[in-house]
Design a protein around this ligand. Structure first.
Ligand code: ATP
Length: 494
């Protein structure tokens, strides 16, 4: 991840986007009436539609466009050993402490153990033993203040700054844990998955055998993931409960760089196809590789606060399957008929956050522009969301609430509601009704006027250009259908 210094005017834009998201029913702070829960958000009526459409697009682009990719829906709870095998238990479970002068971070338990080793070396074995015992008790009781006080009392210093100017001890475990069953002891502790990928790895053989998949093949999944993020800010960019859309592609060992390049390009094209301009997207190679990867790149989007990751593409080698094989004692091997041998497949993964993509689409579509001439000049705000993703596809209005126009408009609504997500509205002036649809990104508004009664035509008003065309009522299904189809996006991905 890169850090970009955001410009003040951009932050105003961010504020406007967040305010818009709330005011027009896209995203609310969770539990707002209780002053909210930090880094947790709820999606409103238009937000849930947009998010569902993004997920649907991703799903279709994986499952429909690739004969060799299938989907699963694994549970959030998994056997605790899963997280041992994945490395999450060991990587995220440490009590951390920072030295304020050197800015170096340490594992609090390691600092204390080193001190005990020092006592031991000086012939003070009993002291060392007492110290370790006390530390174990404090850690067991999760008394982090006690651990901090112990470090200060023992005059443990930072080897770099030689000071004992320490921060509080914090538990750096990104995983949320909970108890399964009714007995509250450690054996029953399970985790809320911090990534969806492991549900795919543990089902690798089930899927391969039951769907008769041959390497190379992929397994795709969309689902919730949970991380107890320490730094939680920037709206829905970093949440504690979020949704991932992941695809693990199982390949022959040694072919990972070829597939890595192929998937990098497919995924970049996907973002472009849904209307994100090329000059707002970029690849960013990881400087430091995660414990499981031998190559990794982020697709970044230029948010109002700078370029930030929206999706990761990782070459995970045989790290996960290999570890599951070791811990479960079940063979995670594939017999390759062509090569005439068995191996643990390598994996290329594409991992996107549904919420971050939602944020990207919302940021990218938020338009504030001046329209009109002279004294009629005014600001117009609208969401320029791709029609294939827009929450509502069309709104149907009778021009006035009389003369039989509402009846005709309602009939059109009744006819088309099986095909599209629609809104019917008859109150307020038609101008206000258009504005309201612009604000939620509805790409088309259908107006029934007096001419409709004469020749069975209506107007379709296009959101971005505000231009109107007149069409026959009996062609509306096709006219709207061809404009809002997700196929228009899918066709541009390959
Ligand atoms: P970051 O560096 O931003 O913390 P990451 O590298 O840890 O992200 P991955 O583990 O690669 O992220 O997860 C894949 C994708 O899941 C990310 O590209 C992002 O879109 C999404 N994601 C990860 N963490 C969060 C979060 N806390 N909130 C929302 N989306 C997230």
């Amino acid at each position: 991840m890169t850090n970009n210094i955001s410009k003040p005017e951009d932050n105003i834009q961010l504020k406007n986007i967040i305010a818009h998201a709330k005011e027009y029913g896209f995203v609310y702070q969770s539990s707002e009436i209780y002053d909210g829960l930090q880094a947790v958000y709820d999606y409103g009526p238009y937000g849930v539609e947009l998010k569902n459409n993004i997920k649907e697009l991703w799903w279709q682009s994986m499952i429909k466009l690739h004969h060799n990719i299938v989907g699963i829906d694994a549970a959030i709870f998994m056997h605790p050993l899963t997280w041992k095998a994945s490395g999450h238990v060991d990587s995220f479970n440490d009590p951390m402490i920072d030295n304020k002068d050197s800015k170096k971070r340490y594992r609090a338990d390691v600092l204390i153990e080193d001190k005990a080793a020092e006592y031991e070396a000086n012939g003070e074995a009993a002291k060392a033993k007492t110290l370790i015992k006390e530390m174990s008790r404090l850690l067991e009781e999760e008394d982090l203040k006690g651990v901090h006080d112990l470090i200060v009392r023992e005059d443990i210093r930072c080897p770099f700054s030689n000071t004992s100017n320490w921060t509080d001890v914090r538990q750096f475990n990104l995983m949320f844990s909970t108890q399964i069953g009714s007995v509250a002891d450690d054996a029953n502790t399970i985790f809320l998955r911090p990534e969806t990928a492991q549900g795919i790895f543990v089902n690798f053989l089930n899927v391969q055998k039951t769907a008769r998949m041959k390497i190379p093949f992929g397994i795709a999944q969309i689902g919730k993931a949970f991380r107890n993020e320490i730094v939680a800010r920037q709206f829905i960019f970093r949440m504690r409960e979020f949704e991932q859309m992941e695809m693990q592609y199982f390949i022959r060992p040694g072919e990972e760089m070829k597939w890595y390049e192929i998937w990098k390009n497919i995924r970049l094209n996907w973002h472009k196809a849904m209307g994100i301009p090329e000059n707002k997207l970029r690849f960013h190679d990881h400087d430091k590789l995660a414990h499981y990867a031998n190559a990794a790149v982020d697709i970044e989007y230029e948010f109002p606060f700078g370029y930030k990751e929206v999706e990761g593409i990782h070459s995970r080698t045989d790290f996960d399957l290999g570890n599951h094989q070791e811990l479960s004692k079940k063979k995670m091997q594939y017999f390759d008929n062509e090569l005439g041998k068995s191996y643990v497949p390598y994996v290329i993964e594409t991992s996107a956050g549904a919420d971050r993509l939602f944020f990207m689409v919302l940021s990218n579509s938020f338009v504030e522009e001046e329209v009109g001439e002279g004294n009629d000049k005014k600001m117009r705000t609208y969401l320029k969301i791709h029609p294939g993703l827009a929450p509502v596809k069309a709104a149907i209005f009778p021009l006035v609430k009389k003369d039989g126009l509402p009846e005709v408009a309602k009939k059109i609504y009744d006819d088309l509601r099986f095909d599209f997500n629609l809104i019917y509205e008859e109150t307020q002036s038609i101008g206000k009704r258009y504005t309201r649809q612009d604000l939620i990104g509805t790409p088309y508004c259908i107006a029934v006027d007096h001419q409709t009664l004469e020749d069975e035509t209506v107007t379709i008003r296009e959101r971005d250009t505000m231009e109107q065309v007149r069409v026959k009522i009996n062609t509306l299904r096709d006219e709207i259908g061809k404009r809002v189809s997700m196929k228009n996006i899918l066709e541009n991905i390959d």
